[in-house]
Ligand binder design. Structure first.
Ligand SMILES: *Cc1c(COP(=O)(O)O)cnc(C)c1O
Length: 423
């Protein structure tokens, strides 16, 4: 059993910042990242044997909990036959049929290996289909690490933009327009000026990567109608919300039919899967039928397809209800604890929740755009994070990341959570 700090020191020598994704780093925290070596149900365990109730849940894919027994069994069966063919195989066909039979507005799907890849393809598809160059995105929505999406608002007029990461050419940034969420006036103005050159509008219909900024449905309806009126394609990035809030995602909850949907996270049940889906006429713009190129050596990897299918097959009405009920109880428990812990040390916190997604938010919580979020969020969050970590409750180490509840966070786990919180 090697000490956590030693592992991190070794890792820092070999890997930038010691992590393979920056959200895993404990930047700004006193403690160092925990090296996890196994997990089951709602629990994750580090290499020193300390167990945590996990609310990070691999950042969202594990809606059934860690190491779900049916998923495990189907993976083991598939593994015996091989794990990559680079040829057509029945596993992805089965997953495609399963998904498309349950989501009525989609005709075709293509599997890729991550949410980022799905977004990258969706954007190229929107541009290829419309013959236009400009994209519109919203401040506070995350769409993976695609060049054209690592963009923040510029200092000039509404809609102007600049790269939010080094390494992105200026001309790439210039083709991405950016607006604040929940601002219908700016949206209308942007379409008045640029409508005819906007290939696609991409949005997280439930913005969940910069806190949880639950949108007014009218705002999304307005985006939809402006897209229709201007011939721009509406891309719902449902990488977090797809198969999570219900099988058909936010498109169902908002009663809006996007032109293209991107999936990731839950669709692979913890294995690397992303997907782009749309109607046949949009999807057949992709190679080899159409002229928009997209490919992948490991796309539709058989193990990943099996992991996805056996996860999605367990997602029926009853499962969603249980997961959401678990989340409601967890919200209540945390909210009570915030009020009572150490004379109200954390009493300025309140859970914002949409179904099984929740966020430790500042108390005054009608938060709809990033301007509504207090500036000092990170400093406020660090002591809360460290306190919970110490108590064996694991969250994403970042104030702006949300928490995920799974089917495995059941009443037994709830009792344990209560015990840990008040211990
Ligand atoms: C996680 C996420 C992505 C990126 O997916 P990766 O699999 O991390 O590349 C894109 N969009 C949204 C909405 C996400 O939550």
């Amino acid at each position: 059993m090697e000490n956590q700090k030693n592992l991190f020191e070794r890792s820092k020598q070999l890997v930038p910042g010691g992590v393979h994704s920056p959200v895993r780093s404990f930047k700004g925290l006193e403690s160092t990242p925990r090296f996890m070596e196994k997990a089951e149900g709602a629990y994750i365990q580090d290499t020193e044997g300390k167990s945590y109730i996990d609310f990070c849940m691999s950042f969202g894919p594990l809606i059934l909990g860690h190491k779900n027994s049916k998923v495990e069994k189907s993976l083991q069966q598939a593994l015996k036959k091989g794990w990559s063919y680079g040829a057509c195989e029945p596993y992805s066909l089965e997953l495609a049929e399963y998904i498309l039979s349950r989501i009525p507005f989609l005709d075709q799907i293509r599997f890729v290996n991550s949410g980022t890849e799905a977004v990258m393809t969706a954007l190229r598809l929107a541009r290829g289909k419309t013959g236009r160059d400009k994209l519109l995105k919203f401040n506070g929505c995350y769409h993976g690490h695609v060049d054209s999406m690592l963009i923040k608002a510029g200092s000039g007029l509404a809609g102007t933009s600049t790269a939010s990461s080094k390494g992105i050419p200026k001309n790439v940034a210039e083709d991405t327009l950016i607006l604040d969420l929940n601002d219908e006036k700016a949206l209308q103005e942007c379409f008045d000026v640029h409508g005819e050159s906007i290939a696609g509008v991409i949005i997280e219909p439930l913005p969940a990567n910069n806190g949880l900024l639950i949108q007014n449905p009218d705002f999304l309806k307005k985006i939809n109608s402006l897209c229709k009126a201007n011939g721009s394609l509406l891309i719902f990035d449902e990488v977090i919300s797809g198969f999570r809030v219900n099988f058909s995602g936010m498109a169902h909850d908002l009663d809006i039919t996007p032109d293209i949907v991107t999936y990731g996270k839950v669709i692979g049940g913890g294995l690397p899967v992303g997907a782009i889906a749309a109607t046949k006429s949009v999807m057949e713009t992709l190679a080899p039928v159409g002229d928009v190129y997209q490919a992948g050596t490991l796309s539709a990897n058989p193990l990943a397809m099996v992991g996805g299918l056996s996860t999605l097959q367990q997602l029926d009405e009853a499962t969603y209800k249980k997961v959401d009920d678990n989340a409601l109880k967890i919200e209540e428990l945390f909210n009570d604890w915030f009020k009572s812990y150490e004379n109200g040390k954390f009493s300025h916190y309140k859970i914002i929740r949409y179904k099984s997604l929740f966020w430790f938010a500042p108390n005054n919580s009608n938060l709809k755009s990033i301007d509504d979020i207090p500036q000092n969020l990170t400093q406020e969050f660090l002591p809360l994070f460290e306190t919970l970590l110490e108590k064996g409750i694991y969250l994403s180490p970042n104030a702006y990341e949300i928490g995920f509840v799974s089917l495995a966070h059941d009443s037994e786990v709830l009792k344990d959570l209560e015990r840990r919180l008040y211990n």
